[in-house]
Design a protein around this ligand. Structure first.
Ligand SMILES: Cc1ncc(COP(=O)(O)O)c(C=O)c1O
Length: 392
């Protein structure tokens, strides 16, 4: 059959599977590529599966919005950890991961041709979701430390703009946005009658005493703020596919239509596991994040040796560093050479929309300390060798 053209032709292909294939064909490669954590879900999450199995009704479809006890547990979590009150103006929808929550949000608030403002470097699945919905991602640059530029955001708003997206703590840069900047963006959205979509997948991953702030907690924000959360990182839940969104009440019926069509209901067995995880609560993640913080420090110390070859912006959150590499090489070519010649994998910045210059994302959340130390060492030596030969 002749290849059909569809909206998907305009959508970029994610680079992660290509990097994964390169890793497979170069055995012994240490991956500083994928954004996952090193730890598993708490045992309490698995223990809760017996409650799922105890009730045969659980094998049938359940509520589109999520099971009642999980919605209740999430309401308590949002109040305690984020300062978000679920009152008559907003509600929670459980999703199969927060990527799905983002897609739900975009489909619920747009018509084809509408614009969504995202910051560069962007999270590639956000850009892809916007394209899939036949909308236009409008790219607004962050500053030299990858912090928000509220004035530039305000200037990019047109009559077709439906939302501004912020991710804090950020993937791919690790930047944590200040309360002041988030308040400014949230206020701009309120004044201009558009939504603020706040992706908080890394809400617990901050370092050096830096605080995460949830725009959904600002006063008078509930009518125009969509907050997205995930258990994937915090609870080592990536494959269980549980996320959730806090949306203004007026979007509920649209989101329910989307979710009913695409998912019917979030996997009920995973919702039970999530209930178990939430009973343990944030203490579980905080304890695990201690080890990631020490890998982060180790990485920072080693990366200092790249001074002059790379610029590394301050990054107080998530588990990423975003390196600007001073080279004429393309980011993909450099990433490929690092795998083939030095057995270490990082993500090229082009996948995050950084086409002007060479950038690499280093992810440090997935490895034990010794492996991470070896991986960073290979990265530092690899970059010194490749860039050194370029200049000689
Ligand atoms: C900013 C951001 N949002 C969402 C996700 C996806 O999370 P989930 O597994 O809940 O779909 C990721 C995963 O890397 C992410 O970095």
């Amino acid at each position: 059959m002749e290849t059909l053209t569809s909206r998907m032709q305009a959508v970029q292909s994610p680079l992660i599977p290509i990097i994964a294939e390169l890793i497979r064909s170069n055995p012994g490669t240490i991956s500083l590529g994928q954004g996952v954590v090193y730890y598993d879900p708490p045992p309490e999450a698995i223990a809760f599966l017996s409650q799922f199995l105890a009730n045969p009704e659980n094998h049938k479809y359940q509520a589109v919005q999520g099971i009642a006890p999980l919605l209740e547990a999430l309401e308590a979590k949002l109040k305690a950890d984020n300062g978000i009150e679920i009152n008559g103006q907003s509600c929670i929808v459980v999703t199969a991961g927060s990527n799905m929550a983002f897609m739900n949000a975009i489909l619920a608030i747009t018509n084809p041709g509408d614009e969504i403002i995202i910051q560069t470097p962007y999270y590639f699945n956000h850009e892809m979701a916007i394209m899939m919905a036949s909308c236009h991602p409008v790219l607004v640059a962050t500053d030299e430390n990858y912090q928000l530029c509220p004035k530039a955001i305000a200037q990019a708003i047109t009559e077709r703009t439906r939302a501004v997206v912020t991710i804090s703590p950020n993937n791919p840069t690790g930047a944590v946005y200040s309360e002041e900047a988030l308040r400014e963006v949230n206020q701009i959205c309120r004044d201009r009658g558009i939504y603020h979509i706040s992706d908080e997948a890394y809400e617990y991953f901050t370092y050096n005493g830096v605080k995460h702030v949830s725009p959904g907690a600002f006063s008078q924000s509930s009518e125009h703020t969509i907050s997205l959360y995930s258990l994937s990182k915090a609870y080592g839940f990536a494959s269980w596919r549980i996320g959730y969104m806090v949306i203004p009440e007026h979007l509920l019926s649209a989101v329910m239509k989307i979710q009913d069509t695409i998912l019917i209901c979030p996997p009920v067995i995973s919702q039970y596991a999530a209930l178990g995880a939430l009973q343990v609560g944030v203490g579980y993640c905080k304890e695990k994040i201690g080890a990631i913080a020490s890998v982060r420090q180790l990485a920072l110390d080693s990366l200092k040796r790249l001074e002059g070859l790379c610029t590394i912006a301050p990054a107080d959150g998530a588990f990423y560093f975003f390196l600007k590499v001073h080279t004429k090489l393309g980011a993909f070519e450099l990433a490929e050479r690092l795998i083939r010649e030095h057995r270490v994998a990082v993500m090229p910045g082009t996948t995050f929309g950084m086409d002007d210059g060479c950038y690499l994302r280093v992810a440090y959340g997935a490895l034990q300390k010794e492996t991470a130390a070896e991986g960073i060492e290979r990265l530092v030596r690899g970059l010194q060798t490749i860039l050194g030969s370029e200049n000689s």
